[in-house]
Structures are given as C-alpha cells and as structure tokens.
Design a protein around this ligand. Sequence first.
Ligand SMILES: [Zn+2]
Ligand SMILES: [Zn+2]
Length: 94
Amino acid sequence: MTQPHAPTCLPPGHVCTVCGRRYKHRDSLVAHEKVHAGVTTCHVCGAVASNVQNLRQHLETVHRMSRDHVRQITRLPGTPRVRASLDPALRGRV
Ligand SMILES: [Zn+2]
Ligand SMILES: [Zn+2]
C-alpha cells in the first residue's frame, strides 16, 4: 500500500470542451474558458490573453491604463458580486 502514484480511472486533468486543451487544475480551465467567452480580448489592440489576469497586465503595461480603469473594463459578466452580498453597506451601489 505504498503507491505514490495510485492508478486512477479519472481523466488526468480538466479538458476544455471548446478547444480540447487540458489543464491540471480546474481553476486553470475555468480561467481558460474566459478566452472563448471573449472577455480576455484586448479591446484596444485585439490581442487575446490567455486569462483575465494576463489581460489586465497587458492593459496596464502595454496600454498604460490605471489599475482601477483596467478592473472596470475587465469586469466579468455574470460574476457574482460576492463582496457586495457580504457587506450590506455596499448594496445599492451599481
Ligand atoms: Zn479552450
Ligand atoms: Zn492591447
């Protein structure tokens, strides 16, 4: 019972249903799927980042945008506003 690499029937990762890319971590796949949603596309130069974090970096470094501005324009559609629901004081703000 000393098998460091226990054989498993599970697929060795998470596969993107759109392009078939494989990711070790589910988070990576979730981040990658944003690419297909078009939310990682730079609206300035049309470059496609591999994830939203990279797009933010791209906008900040390449287009010299402020972090606040970048966050505003890269807000993900459909992302639940967790913080807003945690803090009632923030409710009512759009
Ligand atoms: Zn994909
Ligand atoms: Zn750009």
